[in-house]
Design a protein around this ligand. Structure first.
Ligand code: GRF
Length: 195
């Protein structure tokens, strides 16, 4: 049976992408990453993809800060389609997703967010948790809709917030949880997806 193909979008260092690629290499996730795309030309995630022989593309986002310009997002969607992506996996992609991409991949775009949604949506969720003196936080994998971290929740992992946590120490603990949760959720989704 043909493997399901994942198109990965990211703006940062790519540790979640690495966890996904490693899970595939270990045989724990029956899928393949067909393309990695970033809105940041020198993002670490593109380097990690190239090191693994995976196609890596930079797409200039245009002049907006929080989303892509519509024609740029059309181009992004076309690249994903041409690469044969079945699912679009957001892994530290720092822009809102809008109609061009949402319409091209209905209920096929997944994100991981570093809090227990619906708590602490938006930027620097780990800092929000420390500032709010929350006793717990974690990470959430969810479908992407047009809102800010509002799509249907698929799975969450809880981590404690310790009394002496800084935003950085909490983020590191959350990221460890992310690296287990994201490949596991993708394995479940891809196992039951029609192909
Ligand atoms: C992760 O904490 C993820 O939850 C958030 O952005 C961060 C990306 O980290 N959306 P990385 O680039 O995967 O290391």
């Amino acid at each position: 049976m043909a493997k399901l193909k994942l198109g990965v979008l990211g703006s940062g260092k790519g540790s979640n992408f690495r966890a996904i690629a490693d899970a595939i290499a270990r045989g724990e996730l029956d899928a393949e990453v067909c393309i990695v795309i970033s809105d940041i030309a020198d993002a670490g995630i593109l380097t990690l993809a190239r090191e693994r022989g995976i196609r890596a593309e930079f797409v200039h986002p245009g002049r907006f800060r929080t989303k892509m310009e519509p024609d740029r997002e059309h181009h992004l969607a076309q690249l994903l389609r041409d690469a044969g992506a079945d699912f679009v996996v957001l892994a530290g992609y720092m822009r809102m997703v809008k109609a061009p991409l949402l319409d091209a991949f209905p209920r096929r775009i997944i994100n991981i967010h570093p809090s227990l949604l619906p708590a602490f949506p938006g930027l620097d969720a780990w800092k929000q948790a420390v500032d709010a003196r929350a006793s717990k936080s974690g990470c959430t994998v969810h479908y992407v809709d047009s809102g800010m971290d509002t799509g249907e929740i698929i799975a969450r992992t809880e981590v404690p917030v310790l009394a002496d946590d800084t935003p950085e120490t909490l983020h590191a603990r959350i990221q460890s949880a992310e690296h287990n949760l994201y490949p596991a959720v993708l394995a479940q989704l891809t196992a039951r997806a029609p192909r």
